[in-house]
Design a protein around this ligand. Structure first.
Ligand code: COA
Length: 757
């Protein structure tokens, strides 16, 4: 396909590891290390072991030994990688971005972009949606002031390896990034401030139509009253507008198809202008129609929110509630879980082209969603940052709205609320000070499109494919209320390890085998660090889940095996957090082989290598302090997405799978998971008296001076192992289909996680 020069890109700059100059605090962090070759190869064999038959394992072992032998390909590639790493801020960053995101061709919707559900609001009149949206915009701009001043306080690791400073770069990408579709590879870009002034507009999408809303005019931020009035104008224009093609659906399709459609769109100057405004905007605000506003939901939501109280103060109460305030378990919890699902669907994918999916522009990093029934949340394009940055923004936002109740907006001639100016005053940004009401604001501009027959064709295929995927999505939410993270802590166990092993036990109970598992571990202790993989499907986990499912193993022995599995999990975690993870290293060695154009070593063409990179369980801890939660889709056809949010006294799980795969079922998974957690608690209470310490490694330092951190051999301690051979025919991860093929090319996709690391 012929491609004209992309004039819009002259106003953008690429966001690669070498295109961004890290700030001094980032530069003060250590560089991501290149792990020792033999350590990674040993780790890789441990990962392969529980997933393949004895014969397959032996074959793989031979290939790994050949690769790692003195003077072999492995040593040569390792040497080149070490040299290469010296020349880079973060040696794996660009390879990882390509592998994880930019070369993936699957649609962003469901396959990559996580959704986040905020507490549902009670809207009693149509203008409430506008009031809330005005306050939301104001809160986001308040946060942006801090970002623009690069004044976010440095995060320090909590939990494991606590106390170390973390890289903050990904926070600063939230409102400056845009993902441009490419024919073979997408590009992450940001507005080039040396060419154009910084953007001062957002895009509001309403009834599938796109409007430019200037949120800064004459160097002043718009007041909520002005935002409210401008949103009202947008709403009126959208309702009165001519029939509009759902152009946003183009961004919901296959990336290559969308890249082709964009090239066609760019041939017309009207489209170029519209695309330019969207690509350079600060964020997108989606004014949705409610998808779950049936009476039962609303009544239940009201009941749970405010009991018999009056409506007047309800909209903000929800923010303070913990799950137990509103639903103390049992039936209430089930009802709440049922209400959570349509909310999660709306945020994750918009619920279909005839609902809100066309009311989006999926390439934009941050899209906030406010529906007319009080549902609200966001969907974000994952490549610029991990969920941690998004969660921190959301908590700032929800707190801002709690302190400055949205139902005040435009109820009186509201003078600037002191809190609302807080960040502008604190960080001395005159431009971001909120203005008093500006008279005669120009009407927000509706973006126009000229669609050729070819673009109509792309629109049609994109609509069909996204509707198919949405119909195929099986999403379940479980609020597990029997205990939260306090219980594992009381047992001297890591809550994260506890949950990860519960997921392993669940999968084993349902499928009688373990599968390749991804859990994101932050590598933000290093410059431009993102994540590496904690692989929970360990040999020790395999031994333990078999014991749990066997009638002949005593509880005491189960507990011993459980502790070994927790230790192995902790070792993988520490290894990844310390920049010693195997996934990034193997990716680096493979990319180096491609870079120097040598024949690909057998270790990387071996079937188990492919198998270990098909993450049937794609998991992530995304903790929040408020009752907001994240959700995402599976990354392989027969897989599960499992996002969990551990609170002190309950754990929220979002489980997703695809209906057309006969091998997975989100509802069955949640039932089995509940049982697994119950069983584990029962086991602990029965035989872990008094709770004995299970390797609390919170104090291990980054150099790994602790014995355990260096040892990485938890699985070798103790009881005999169960045999772990597994028949290949029974392994559905081998199932070949188009989605699997794509996934192989893409490698791991991390969910949307976000942990306070
Ligand atoms: N006994 C008692 N308490 C323990 C314990 C033990 N053996 N082990 C841990 N704990 C405590 C921790 O101190 C911590 O306490 P806090 O709640 O007071 O902070 C708490 O239990 C949680 O620790 P743990 O469950 O072990 O996990 P963690 O919070 O350290 O998180 C990871 C582990 C891997 C999830 C985290 O380090 C991480 O990397 N998160 C980022 C993930 C990410 O970036 N995802 C992005 C995807 S988009």
């Amino acid at each position: 396909m012929s491609q004209m020069p992309d004039v819009n890109m002259t106003r953008m700059k690429r966001q690669g590891s070498e295109d961004v100059v890290p700030c001094p605090t980032t530069q003060a962090l250590p560089k991501l290390p290149v792990p020792p070759l033999q350590q990674t190869l040993e780790g890789y064999l441990k990962v392969v072991r529980p997933l393949v038959s004895d014969d397959e394992y032996e074959q793989t072992k031979r290939k790994v030994e050949e690769f790692g032998k003195p003077g072999g390909d492995g040593e040569m590639l390792q040497e080149k990688l070490l040299e290469y790493a010296q020349t880079k801020v973060n040696w794996v960053y660009d390879w990882w971005m390509d592998d994880m995101y930019l070369t993936a061709r699957l649609p962003l919707v469901i396959n990559s972009s996580p959704g986040m559900v905020f507490p549902k609001q009670i809207f009693t009149e149509p203008s409430d949606q506008l009031r809330f949206a005005a306050r939301l915009i104001s809160g986001i701009m308040d946060y942006k002031v801090i970002l623009d001043a690069r004044a976010l306080p440095i995060d320090y690791a909590r939990g494991q390896l606590a106390g170390q400073p973390l890289c903050m770069e990904q926070y600063y990408r939230l409102f400056s990034s845009y993902r441009v579709p490419g024919l073979t590879r997408d590009m992450l870009v940001s507005p080039d401030s040396s060419v154009m002034p910084e953007p001062e507009h957002i895009i509001v999408v309403c009834k599938n139509q796109f409007f430019v809303l200037d949120v800064i005019i004459n160097f002043k931020r718009l007041s909520e009253a002005d935002l409210f009035n401008q949103l009202k104008r947008i709403m009126q224009a959208a309702t009165a507008g001519d029939r509009c093609e759902p152009v946003g659906l183009l961004t919901a399709g296959d990336r290559t198809e969308w890249a082709k459609a964009r090239i066609k769109l760019m041939e017309d100057s009207t489209n170029r202008d519209s695309l330019d405004m969207i690509e350079r905007c600060i964020f997108v605000l989606c004014m949705d129609e409610g998808v779950c506003c049936d009476k039962t939901d609303l009544t239940l939501a009201c009941q749970m929110l405010h009991g018999n109280g009056s409506h007047s103060n309800t909209p903000n109460r929800w923010f303070d509630k913990t799950m137990q305030d509103g639903a103390s378990g049992g039936d209430d919890t089930t009802c709440q879980e049922k209400n959570d699902v349509p909310l999660a669907r709306q945020m994750l994918h918009g619920d279909g082209s005839y609902s809100n999916t066309a009311n989006r522009w999926f390439d934009k990093t941050m899209q906030f969603i406010v529906a007319d029934d009080g549902a609200c949340g966001l969907v974000y394009e994952h490549s610029p940052s991990e969920g941690v940055a998004v969660v921190q923004l959301v908590e700032h936002l929800l707190n801002y709205i709690r302190v400055n109740p949205w139902n005040d907006v435009c109820q009186r001639d509201s003078p600037a609320i002191p809190h609302a100016c807080h960040s502008s005053q604190k960080y001395g940004s005159k431009k971001m000070l909120r203005a008093q009401s500006i008279c005669e604001l120009p009407y927000p501009r509706r973006l126009r499109w000229k669609l050729s027959p070819e673009v109509f064709h792309y629109l049609k295929t994109s609509r069909e494919s996204v509707d198919r995927s949405i119909a195929n999505m099986d999403l379940h939410i479980m609020r597990y209320t029997r205990f939260g993270k306090s219980f594992p802590k009381s047992q001297n166990m890591s809550p994260d390890g506890f949950v990860q092993l519960a997921l392993q036990l669940t999968y084993f109970k349902l499928h009688k085998r373990l599968v390749s598992t991804y859990e994101s571990a932050s590598t933000r202790r290093f410059q431009l660090g993102r994540v590496d993989n904690i692989r929970a499907a360990s040999i020790e986990a395999h031994n333990w889940v078999r014991a749990m499912c066997s009638d002949t193993v005593e509880d005491y022995d189960r507990m011993e095996l459980f502790k070994k599995a927790l230790k192995a999990q902790r070792n993988f975690t520490l290894q990844a957090l310390k920049g010693q993870g195997i996934d990034c290293h193997l990716l680096g060695l493979k990319e180096m082989a491609a870079m120097i154009d040598m024949p690909m070593p057998d270790i990387f063409t071996d079937e188990p290598f492919d198998l270990t990179n098909k993450f049937v369980l794609s998991t992530s801890q995304v903790p929040t302090t408020m009752d907001a939660f994240m959700c995402y889709g599976p990354v392989v056809n027969n897989g599960y997405g499992a996002c969990y949010n551990p609170h002190d006294d309950y754990i929220l799980f979002c489980l997703s799978s695809f209906k057309d795969c006969g091998d997975s079922d989100s509802e069955m998974f949640t039932i089995a998971l509940r049982q697994a957690l119950d069983d584990m608690q029962h086991l602990c209470l029965k035989v872990n008296h008094p709770p004995s310490p299970v390797m609390d490694l919170r104090k291990v330092d980054i150099n790994g001076d602790s014995k355990m951190a260096n040892g990485l051999d938890g699985h070798q301690l103790g009881l005999p192992m169960f045999p772990c051979g597994m028949a290949r025919e029974n392994n559905p991860t081998r199932k070949q289909n188009s989605r699997d093929d794509d996934d192989t090319a893409r490698g791991p996709i991390v969910d949307g996680a976000m942990a306070q690391t």
